[in-house]
Design a protein around this ligand. Structure first.
Ligand code: HEC
Length: 163
């Protein structure tokens, strides 16, 4: 209507100003919330809120637990698997495997007989010469896992194929 030739540049400037304002607000907002999210780095965490939605352990039958293994251990193992133990990076979050590592949810085993002790042993030693995959699995996945943590993550791997 007015034939404003400055329309484009004006909008641009306004947008830029708005972006700066947003950035400024974002920066000054800390402490008002949103800082509650704990990083996943705590390897001893028994249960991570938010993993519930996709929790495969919901259908777990405690009667199938190996001797000496508790539900809490399996849950700790799940959190290690998907966190500090970095197993998910190759085996995937669902543990169904991929190009880098095998499916742990089926009852086909490549490297072990599937018994709890054999899985503990495998996690401790890794797989230096994989049979069906291109790269090695390092001992304890290359992470500083204690024996107790290895047992927990092995318990999780054991139960995955029995859910
Ligand atoms: C760098 C990728 C990688 C990471 C990380 C990794 N794995 Fe593996 N995993 C492999 C490969 C490769 C194999 C051997 C597959 C083969 O022989 O073809 C394997 C094998 C296994 C097996 C034996 C599977 C079978 O069918 O016999 C188990 C159990 C296992 N991994 C558990 C774990 C756990 C638990 C972790 C975390 C502590 C982990 N892995 C981390 C790559 C990985």
């Amino acid at each position: 209507m007015t034939g404003n030739k400055g329309h484009g540049p004006l909008c641009h400037a306004t947008l830029a100003a708005a972006l700066i304002a947003v950035a400024a607000c974002g920066g000054g907002d800390s402490g008002l919330g949103g800082s509650e999210e704990a990083p996943d780095a705590d390897m001893n965490q028994a249960s991570t809120p938010g993993t519930e939605a996709v929790d495969p352990l919901a259908g777990m039958d405690p009667a199938l637990l190996p001797e000496g293994v508790t539900v809490a251990m399996v849950e700790q193992g799940r959190d290690l698997f998907n966190g500090g133990g970095i197993c998910y990076t190759c085996h995937t979050i669902e543990a169904t495997g991929g190009p880098l590592a095998p499916d742990l949810t089926d009852d086909t085993w490549i490297n072990v007989d599937g018994e709890y002790l054999s899985i503990i042993e495998l996690v401790k030693t890794g797989v230096s010469q994989p049979i069906e995959h291109p790269g090695a699995m390092l001992p304890r996945a290359g992470m500083p896992l204690t024996d107790e943590q290895v047992e927990a993550v092995a318990a999780y791997a054991y139960m995955l194929s029995r859910l």
